[in-house]
Write a new protein. Structure first.
Length: 138
């Protein structure tokens, strides 16, 4: 009999400096992206990743009913650059997978968040109707 583990999905939000800023050459940028794509493909082939997308620099911000502002804001050095998904048994396991991201060496930051199942009503939900992922506690 084999033991089956349940994998949950985690959203990975990529933030950080743009690779084309600073003193990095075009060759350095291309090399960094090749490393990232090779790593991502390996993780995808192993069933640990699902594709996401890179995000454009322009956007709009809606804050309550106060109106729409252009954004993201230029002064934000931690703007969201893209996202993808990790499949893992726990938040800690997802973190270990994310640590392999070669772009972390180039100033990127990743935030890993569990995707909760439909019907989850927050930490006080006594029905325990959520993904097997446990949200990080502060």
């Amino acid at each position: 009999m084999t033991t089956q583990t349940t994998a949950s999905e985690f959203l990975v939000i990529c933030r950080g400096a743009r690779l084309d800023e600073g003193l990095r050459s075009t060759e350095d940028i291309q090399n960094a992206m090749k490393q990232f794509h090779a790593w991502f493909e390996r993780m995808s082939d192993q069933g640990k990743m699902k594709s996401g997308h890179q995000l454009g620099p322009e956007g709009k911000v809606l804050s309550g009913r106060k109106g729409v502002m252009d954004g993201p804001f230029a002064e934000s050095k931690e703007g969201v650059a893209g996202y993808w998904f990790i499949r893992a048994a726990s938040l800690e396991a997802a973190l270990e997978i994310a640590k392999g991201d070669p772009l972390l060496d180039y100033g990127h930051t990743v935030e890993i968040r569990p995707i909760l199942s439909e019907g989850y009503n927050g930490p006080s939900d006594s029905t325990n109707n959520r993904s097997t992922a446990t949200p990080a506690r502060s």
